[in-house]
Design a protein around this ligand. Structure first.
Ligand code: SF4
Length: 300
């Protein structure tokens, strides 16, 4: 079924975020045609009274004026040039970006104002914008994370029905790193009993190292209402034997406890160390340190 695209202007581009690792988020689109079964955005949709079930990702809002609104916001005297996270609530490189180029426009606006940003994506289309990313990285802190929870073909096909193959994401990562842009792999979400076997984890970390990833981190599945129903429904079809385990693990909670998360994170950290995953960029595009008054005085 084809997605419907609604061109709807936005009033604001930058959203203040609370309780996350970043203060501001930016999403040129709302809704995501990738329609991952585990997508945590389904929970936001449920809270906003929008469909979080199989209809999620069938209707995409395109914030057609987002670039000009962003430019106005970045020009405000009150804007403190904080880091902006792009793609926290939808993939900024989903197919619509090929046509609308709104993410690219936003990156250009951020680069022009020397504003730091981070991007998280499953979309290899990001390589189209390597020129803008490289320019931005010369002026401010820029980092890209590719979500690659698994390289297991069966798991990928069943849980991320419309995303590009994870190997394509790795190729995109390599192109960015070769260009000097900092790019890492986020193994999220790892699915207990499905994609958490040691050999599955090792395969991703090894591939991340081969592609030149500057880092790798892992997180396990969480299931808030909205995501929970859809994920469990798909699980019952795809891995019926696992249903009982998930109902037990997530019975009264959305997030797993440390007893489940810690061993996986430790395994991934140990694998990253073993394989030497670290920032090995030959070219490091980084902003010039600010020139301070005393240095200027010495120079004259
Ligand atoms: S790519 Fe990200 S935002 Fe899009 S459906 Fe998958 S998890 Fe959700």
């Amino acid at each position: 079924m084809r997605a419907e695209y609604r061109e709807e202007p936005c009033k604001s581009a930058l959203n203040r975020v609370k309780g996350m690792m970043f203060d501001w988020s930016l999403n040129p689109y709302m809704g995501c045609v990738h329609r991952c079964t585990f997508c945590y955005v389904r929970a936001f949709e449920r809270r906003a009274d929008r469909p979080s079930d199989d209809r999620y990702g069938r209707s995409i809002r395109v914030k057609i004026n987002v670039v000009e609104v962003l430019r106005r916001e970045l020009a405000r005297a009150s804007w403190a040039h904080e880091t902006v996270a792009i793609g926290a609530a939808t993939d900024p490189y989903q197919p619509a970006e090929g046509h609308y180029r709104l993410t690219r426009g936003c990156l250009e606006a951020l680069a022009e104002t020397h504003n730091s940003f981070s991007i998280i994506t499953r979309g290899p289309m990001i390589v189209r914008d390597v020129d803008v990313l490289a320019e931005a990285a010369r002026r401010a802190n820029v980092s890209v994370t590719f979500s690659i929870p698994t390289l297991d073909e069966d798991v990928w096909r069943k849980t991320e029905p419309s995303t590009a193959h994870p190997r394509q994401r790795l190729r995109a990562l390599k192109m960015l790193v070769d260009a000097g842009v900092k790019a890492s792999v986020g193994m999220a979400p790892i699915l207990p009993g499905i994609s958490d076997r040691p050999e599955q984890l090792a395969k991703v970390v090894r591939a991340a190292r081969e592609a030149g990833a500057c880092g790798v981190w892992a997180n396990l599945l969480f299931l808030r209402p909205g995501t929970r129903e859809h994920f469990l429904e798909n699980l019952a079809n795809d891995w019926p034997d696992e249903l009982e385990r998930y109902e037990r693990l997530y019975r009264r909670r959305a997030y797993l406890g440390k007893e489940q998360t810690k061993p996986i994170r430790e395994q991934v950290n140990a694998l990253a160390k073993e394989h030497g995953v670290r920032d090995r960029r030959r070219v490091r595009l980084e902003p010039e340190p600010p020139v301070i008054a005393e240095q200027l005085a010495l120079a004259v």
